[in-house]
Design a binder for this molecule. Structure first.
Ligand code: IVH
Length: 670
């Protein structure tokens, strides 16, 4: 390749790599496998070695560069990095709003609500679109120059993705580590016998303090930006516009934020955000509320420490003590039995609490909770209260140990143990749940299924909630969600939601509405339907993804794609099992010099088997990819022997989880 050709190819490769970095780190939607990414990177690296004069500081190969530093240079912040006033209470949020409006008499005030991520605050300067400087907050006026460390973070672009970038663009944000990445890091450290890290925040902070950028590059750091501290040549009038501009320029921003017209809307959104918390891949410690109009920021000014235009609303964990009168058991939509604490009513964070979730049997055991105990309950923000501990000093000796019932409290069927995935945040964690196995016959499950089917976001059948579902089942009018479509207006109109002595009739008007909503539901998309069916492991996202691959419910019921995918999963597991290079586990072969003849024969056999399975995997993965299933290929476990060939496949098919596929297959089979 001549110089001119190389120059063209280098530009093209950089462009591609930047795009894939963005897709992977900012959008969380990679389009290519790690293997293909590495290929692009290696090609670029080789070309740059061949033509060193073509290397530029913003090339993706220059993320980890230079020698370890002796120390960090101090950086003076032209715009100070202030901190925020905090509150834990909704009342104080309202006071904040009063204060703001008092200082801006007669003006309309809008707010922006953003997540408050628990990370390390940083500032990054782009000059003419190029990342030139990055620093820590330090004392707010002077921080450390950590440019080299921040450049290793692939979420942070080295170049802004805009044609005519501002000559100066300084952005503020947070460096953090995702919970799953943190766990993976610690698992690896454990394997290598290294001391474990304490928590994501401290690890992120400790990583940025490293003097050797090569070490920083190995830490799974991520970043998110939420403010523009300085911008030459661009006009920004609102915080919402700033967030949009950051995103447009290719910087990572939060996916969830809201413009709110009033403080009451702020409060509602903060609550919504908290409910989303378990779905977010990182830890948040609350929300930040900011006045939207930047000219108002100027007029509001700041106190010595914090600006008056913003406040951090931290999710409170208010506690109270009360007596645990009894533990009852609730049966959920998928049959999972959940113990519920029946409490002596107590006032906590704005409301009277008489019930709280106990999650599962293990939780009760772990916390040593007994019926009759004085317990500590906690309400995080406005979400459902939970029992967090026992006041053992208050025990009288009359407390009873709780035992999960052996029969379903509703239908009396035997109870079985089932493995369930814990949370989205911690996917690896698997818990055991007690379940009523009477899927078709347990009225409690049917009621919950109908309620779920009709809810907003599913088939949107306003008028069918918990009580109506219960009565429909009780009166034998329906058994399963699909039976709803057989109901007549007349039947529904006569439905008694009360008792015989105190009837409460559903009525003609409501009945007509429901029947119309049902008619409308028939036109909804496959994704809607799939979600509404309430198949376990199939949430809104998975439903959408599965629906993308099929035309209708009947094609899904006999889906080859789903079977192929499951087959692929099995092959991958098998490949891992026979891998002759396995470094851990029972299938690990003895060290080279300790091998017997039989071991060597075993190695040969396994190498052949491994290659055979891997070629099947490749064929199947190809077929799936043709069917538009996105397969993320990861090296590690399937590394073929010595051949020097690039590693093969682990299917990290985020798009279609095996549990979800299994559930879909089971669902249609039953
Ligand atoms: S704005 C002058 N927005 O929280 C106000 N800060 O307790 C600048 N933080 O120092 C901060 N998420 O490190 C803002 N969406 C967000 C934030 C956020 C996290 C951090 C930031 C700040 C600290 C204040």
């Amino acid at each position: 390749m001549n110089r001119a050709e190389a120059q063209k190819r280098i530009a093209d490769l950089r462009q591609q790599i930047r795009r894939h970095d963005h897709l992977y780190y900012v959008e969380a939607h990679p389009e290519i496998s790690d293997l293909d990414y590495d290929k692009l990177y290696t090609e670029l690296k080789k070309l740059e070695e061949q033509f060193p004069d073509l290397v530029t500081p913003d090339s993706p190969t220059q993320r980890v560069g230079g020698q370890p530093l002796k120390g960090f240079k101090p950086i003076h912040h032209a715009v100070p990095m202030m901190s925020l006033d905090n509150t834990y209470s909704i009342e104080e949020l309202r006071e904040f709003d009063n204060r703001v409006r008092k200082l801006l008499p007669g003006e309309k005030v809008e707010y922006v609500l953003e997540p408050k991520i628990d990370g390390v605050s940083v500032t990054v300067i782009y000059e003419n679109g190029r990342f030139t400087l990055g620093a820590t907050r330090g004392d707010g006026t002077t921080g450390d120059d950590i440019t080299a460390n921040l450049k290793t973070i692939r979420a942070i672009p080295l170049q802004l993705s805009v044609k005519n970038p501002p000559s100066l663009f300084e952005v503020r944000g947070e460096v953090y580590i995702k919970v799953a990445d943190f766990d993976k890091l610690n698992t690896e450290r454990e394997k290598d016998g290294e001391p474990l890290f304490q928590n994501p925040r401290n690890t992120a902070a400790g990583s940025l303090k490293q003097l050797d950028p090569a070490i920083v590059a190995q830490r799974p750091l991520n970043a998110v930006f939420y403010a523009i501290a300085a911008a030459k040549g661009v006009q920004i009038k609102k915080q919402a516009d700033a967030l949009e501009m950051l995103k447009r320029f290719g910087l990572p921003t939060h996916h969830h934020w809201w413009v709110c017209k009033s403080i009451e809307e702020v409060i509602a959104r903060a609550d919504e955000l908290q409910k989303l918390e378990s779905e977010l891949p990182f830890e948040i410690d609350g929300a930040v509320v900011k006045v939207n109009d930047l000219t108002q920021w100027e007029r509001l000014g700041a106190t010595a420490k914090a600006p008056r235009f913003a406040i951090a609303y931290k999710y409170s964990h208010e506690q109270a003590q009360t007596k645990l009168k009894n533990i009852t058991v609730q049966v959920g939509r998928t049959g999972v039995l959940t113990p519920v604490a029946e409490l002596e009513p107590v006032f906590l964070a704005g409301s009277t609490i008489s019930r709280a979730t106990l999650h599962n049997e293990e939780e009760i055991k772990r916390k040593g909770i007994r019926i009759g105990d004085t317990v500590i309950i906690e309400k995080a923000g406005q979400v459902i209260p939970a029992v967090v501990g026992v006041v053992t000093e208050k025990r009288t000796g009359k407390e009873r140990v709780f035992q999960m019932p052996e029969k379903c409290p509703v239908c009396n069927s035997p109870v079985v143990k089932r493995e369930v995935k814990a949370t989205k945040k911690d996917e690896k964690k698997v818990g055991v749940a007690w379940c009523c196995d009477n899927v078709a016959g347990c009225p409690a499950q049917s009621i919950r299924r109908i309620e779920f089917f009709a809810q907003r976001g599913a088939l949107d059948i306003e008028g069918i909630g918990g009580v109506v579902s219960e009565k429909l089942i009780e009166r034998g009018l329906v058994k399963e969600p699909l039976d709803l479509f057989e109901l007549t207006t007349n039947q529904l109109a006569k439905l008694n939601l009360g008792t015989q002595d105190e009837p409460r009739i559903f009525g003609e008007k409501n009945a007509t509405k429901v029947v119309e909503a049902l008619k409308r539901a028939k036109t909804f998309s496959l994704a809607h339907w799939l979600f509404a069916l309430g198949i376990s492991h199939v949430g809104e996202t998975t439903a959408y993804q599965i629906a993308q691959l099929h035309t209708d419910l009947s094609s899904l019921a006999k889906s080859a794609i789903i079977f192929d995918f499951l087959h692929l999963q099995e092959l991958v597991a098998e490949s891992k099992r026979v891998n002759p290079d396995a470094r851990t586990g029972e299938n690990k072969l003895p060290c080279k010099d300790e091998r017997t003849k039989a071991d060597n024969a075993e190695e040969g056999r396994r190498t052949r088997q491994h290659a055979e399975i891997n070629s099947k995997i490749v064929a199947l993965a190809k077929r799936l990819q043709e069917a538009r299933v996105e397969i993320k290929l990861k090296p590690k476990d399937l590394k073929p022997k010595k051949s020097g060939k690039p590693p093969l496949i682990t299917v990290a098919c985020d798009e279609l989880e095996p549990e979800a596929c299994n559930s879909v297959v089971d669902f249609f089979a039953s």
